[in-house]
Ligand binder design. Structure first.
Ligand code: TPP
Length: 358
């Protein structure tokens, strides 16, 4: 029997807004100017919140915090493409995505302050709380997306995880299950080049992470993760596909410009030259230059936006600190289950907390 190609695969890479400011007309999502400015403000808000959170941690006012500096376009573009009926599953670095979905900064700070209320899922939102176990987010997204398929919902679920997570069996299992059961999942892998100190090259010999979709028989695509128009357009299409029962794996190529968490020092495992290279590709600066070019932003307008962000964060940080006065360890039994299982009720009773009897 002759040897022949059984199946041929290809992985596309998408970029809409190039670093030189040029826009691919065909792929441009053509968002109205107020939407573009909204995305820009959220990216800036997230950057500033991360900076303030690191400072708060250094002063002992916050627990461990994982900043998303450098990853704002990947998250704001993708979360910006979600509709209200879509679910979002996050790991521990999704401040920009939460802000895009309307979670106020003080709630994100509560979580980092150890206040359980910061992990509540209010009825009106469809955002899961952060899930720290690496790779778990893919399983949660596959399951939620499967439920959407069973219920015949016109909605999808996005699951955020990192390049390191793609080495976990959980992610392969999630991709596989999603394919077989037509889960409405979009697996959004932020390839920020490092899993703490482990570089992308040590993670896998595969040329792309997107091609891991192929083994599950689902679509995989790469996008320039520092291009907010690109991440929006690719995620919008992936969500559309997922709502119809065809899950997608998106690999967003980006860079974690700051610390893994406040417990990390990247200078011991990566070179300044590399950091400088990615600084030049900063997602906020790229988008800002584009918005200036099309006349949507001026020095004056930027100063106004920055001032409004400072005011908002001053208030939000105050609110977070006030709320944190109410931290009650017994709250660890709250917010996860609508009806707590008996074992948890037993632990709650041992702990001495009140049971609400649900
Ligand atoms: C199952 C599991 N193993 C190990 C850890 C410790 N840990 C936390 S973050 C991390 C690296 C994750 O890297 P990546 O998936 O690339 O995401 P990033 O942190 O870069 O956003 C590890 C090993 C964990 N949280 N969960």
């Amino acid at each position: 029997m002759p040897r022949e190609t059984a199946v041929d695969f290809a992985i596309d890479r998408v970029q809409v807004l190039a670093p030189d400011g040029s826009v691919d007309e065909e792929l441009d999502p053509d968002l109205p100017e107020d939407r573009l400015l909204g995305l820009y403000r959220t990216m800036k808000l997230s950057r500033r919140l991360d900076e303030r959170a690191i400072a708060l941690q250094r002063r002992g006012e916050l627990g461990t915090y994982a900043p998303a500096i450098g990853q704002e376009a990947a998250q704001v573009g993708s979360a910006g493409a979600l509709s209200e009926s879509d679910w979002m599953v996050t790991s521990f670095r999704e401040t920009p995505a939460y802000l895009t979905r309307g979670t106020p900064p003080h709630v994100l700070l509560w979580y980092a302050m150890g206040m359980e209320e910061g992990a509540a899922v209010p009825r009106e939102t469809r955002n899961m709380p952060p899930s720290v176990p690496v790779g778990s987010q893919a399983l949660h997204a596959a399951g939620l997306g499967w439920a959407q398929e069973i219920r015949d919902e016109d909605a999808a679920t996005i699951g955020y995880f990192g390049d390191g997570a793609t080495s976990e069996g959980d992610v392969y299992e999630a991709l596989n299950l999603a394919g077989v059961y037509s889960s409405h999942a979009v697996f959004f892998c932020q390839n920020n080049q490092y899993a703490i100190s482990v570089p992308r090259e040590k993670q896998t010999k595969a040329e792309t992470l997107a091609q891991k979709a192929i083994s599950a028989g689902i679509e995989g695509v790469q996008v320039d993760g520092n291009d907010v128009l690109g991440t929006y357009a690719v995620t919008r299409d992936a969500l559309e596909s997922a709502r119809g029962g065809d899950p997608v794996l998106v690999e967003a190529l980006t860079y974690r410009r700051s610390l893994h968490t406040t417990a990390d020092d990247p200078s011991v495992y990566r070179l300044e030259e590399e950091e400088a290279e990615w600084e030049a590709r900063d997602p906020i600066e790229r988008f800002e230059a584009y918005l200036r070019d099309r006349g949507a932003l001026s020095d004056e307008r930027i100063a106004e936006i920055e001032a409004s962000i400072e005011d908002e964060l001053a208030e939000e940080i105050e609110r977070a600190k006030e709320g944190a006065q109410r931290i009650d360890p017994a709250d660890m039994f709250e917010y996860v289950y609508a009806t707590a299982p008996p074992e948890l009720e037993r632990q709650r009773a041992d702990f001495g907390g009140e049971s609400d009897g649900e």
